[in-house]
Design a protein around this ligand. Sequence first.
Ligand code: HEC
Ligand code: HEC
Length: 234
Amino acid sequence: MMRALSAARLRRRAATVGLALGLALVLPGCSAPTPAAAPEEPEYTWNQMQGEKLIALRAHGDVTRGAIAFEVCQGCHRAGALGRLDGSYPRLAGQHDTVLIKQLTDVRAGRRVNPRMLPFADRHVLSPQDIADVALYLSKLPSPPDNGRGPGVGLDAAARTYQDKCTRCHGDKGEGDASLFYPRVSHQHYRYLLREMVEIRDGVRRNANPRMVEVVKPLTDAELDALADYMSRL
Ligand code: HEC
Ligand code: HEC
């Protein structure tokens, strides 16, 4: 069973064991150091409840501590976590805390690549409790409809596609679903939404829900563009 686990999974598991199990129980017979570049995990299961993500989800977040933890993030994500209109830095204000926790821990686990941010959000900087704090703080910040939008082309067709393929997860009004880890997409910057959809479709962002990947696979760049524009106006 241990041999079936990938190196990345093992490392994550190894980080967790201090918690309850104790190293001896989990790693006997596993002497070789894990290779630096872990291969793709063919057995990847979306949003597995384990490791530091589970710890952060179970922790009680504290908004006051979260505000302090957010100070180092502001240089990029801007005051109030409103992000930048050009989408280079996403808006975090008003995003579900569960989504923020999943995304941050996915970045730390290497499933979502963000080398610019990682030095500010890695394990030696933020503890799982800090993640819970900052996620709760961000989820309660107001997200006004002053986000970056697209050129307004093809919105009717995009609305039909969105209703047909996306509402069941992202909601009629783009509100997402905190309990299911589906992100809010309303009031998010158009260019960020577009970039993420392209990366999810093309397998660059590797932490995405496989059912979403299926749904965006057949869509063209132009269709994704109009969809991003449509969502930015929800
Ligand atoms: C050096 C710039 C930088 C800093 C500092 C930074 N981030 Fe980010 N962050 C980014 C970029 C760029 C992205 C978008 C990455 C992408 O395009 O996929 C991002 C994305 C995110 C996301 C994913 C949002 C989503 O909608 O999925 C979260 C959550 C996040 N950052 C939280 C934080 C927190 C919390 C901090 C502070 C502890 C922080 N960031 C500090 C640059 C930064
Ligand atoms: C089965 C549920 C599901 C469906 C259907 C789905 N999505 Fe998603 N979507 C997600 C999840 C979950 C994420 C966050 C990535 C992750 O961690 O899995 C996401 C992420 C996104 C993001 C990036 C948001 C961010 O903050 O980074 C965009 C944009 C998006 N989806 C658009 C769409 C569009 C457009 C459709 C329809 C064509 C769609 N999604 C269909 C579940 C879904």
